[in-house]
Design a protein around this ligand. Structure first.
Ligand code: RIB
Length: 299
């Protein structure tokens, strides 16, 4: 099985700060790092580190070639990433002393995805393959529709949340992975059970839902019922890419043997490792580290 990640590639500018900057405040940072990021790139790296056959599609500018190097180093196929005559997308990330972050995005090349690029990319894939999408590139709604027409399994992480997602054809999505904030934006509901039932009523009962709840863990719901996985008690250094790691590891493990409990456990351990390190894609653990950590927890 192959998985196409059609998503964002960003240059992350990360600033360590004593606290997240307030309105009107100028704040000196305690550290700075430029690194590879973007929810698409991070999730592609997580999937590949978890052992999947991963293809990245998206767009960068000439300033973003180091992003391709990072993807290739993680064994992600980058043949479908286009280099355009514009700036690569970037993110300005503040990380405070508790590891919490806030992010400003500039979409750059990520917004230059065209319908013909989508068709060309999808022509390399067929039934049996998966596509994983986020909300940081243009025309995600069209990718959902066209991928489904080709018979692909569609997984969507509608992050970051935005009002337009309500207009997408979410009834075509097979697996929806979202957090409480995205769930509230999509449904207007705050309680996990209400978010899940509202998605089922509005869109499709067929859609499998994985709702992440931060320090409270995660809930997975499909036609067989619900499974709850607790988060691990760890002290965060930097929570950037925790959700991306969770998404990548969950899908990789789930696609392998459809064992939801094992996939939830694996994703939980992997993202707990990510938040104990600085950075986005660079903080994502490889499979060996995740297996070792799982053995330690079970011992
Ligand atoms: O999920 C983390 C990512 O969000 C960062 O790498 C940043 O680029 C933004 O897309």
């Amino acid at each position: 099985m192959r998985i196409l990640v059609f998503g964002s590639l960003n240059i992350d500018h990360t600033y360590r700060v004593s606290h997240l900057v307030r309105a009107g405040e100028t704040l000196a940072s305690d550290g700075y790092q430029k690194s590879e990021g973007g929810k698409g790139l991070n999730q592609a790296v997580a999937l590949a580190k978890a052992g999947m056959d991963v293809y990245m599609a998206g767009a960068i500018g000439p300033d973003g070639t180091f992003l391709l190097d990072a993807l290739r180093a993680a064994n992600v196929n980058t043949d479908l990433v286009k280099t355009l005559h514009c700036a690569t997308g970037h993110a300005m990330i503040q990380v405070d002393e508790d590891g919490a972050n806030s992010i400003i995005l500039h979409s750059g090349a990520n917004e230059q995805i065209t319908l013909s690029m989508i068709d060309e990319t999808l022509s390399h894939f067929a039934a049996g393959d998966w596509v994983l999408l986020q909300n940081e590139i243009a025309h995600v709604d069209e990718i959902i529709v066209r991928a489904k027409q080709r018979g692909l399994t569609v997984a969507l992480n509608p992050s970051p949340a935005s009002a337009n997602i309500r207009l997408w054809r979410l009834e075509l999505v097979d697996l929806l992975i979202l957090n409480e904030v995205e769930g509230k934006d999509l449904t207007g509901e705050s309680e996990p059970a209400d978010i899940i039932s509202s998605i089922h009523v509005r869109y499709s009962k067929r859609c499998k839902i994985l709702l992440t709840l931060g320090a409270q863990g995660a809930i997975y719901v499909d036609e067989n019922g619900a499974l709850i996985e607790r988060a691990l008690p760890v002290t965060p250094v930097d929570t950037t890419a925790a959700g991306d790691t969770f998404t990548g590891y969950f899908i990789a493990q789930y696609a392998r043997d459809k064992n939801v409990r094992a996939a939830l456990r694996c994703a939980t351990v992997a993202s707990a490792l990510t938040i104990q390190r600085q950075g986005a894609s660079r903080s994502i653990p490889d499979q060996r580290e995740v297996i070792e950590a799982m053995h330690k927890i079970e011992a």
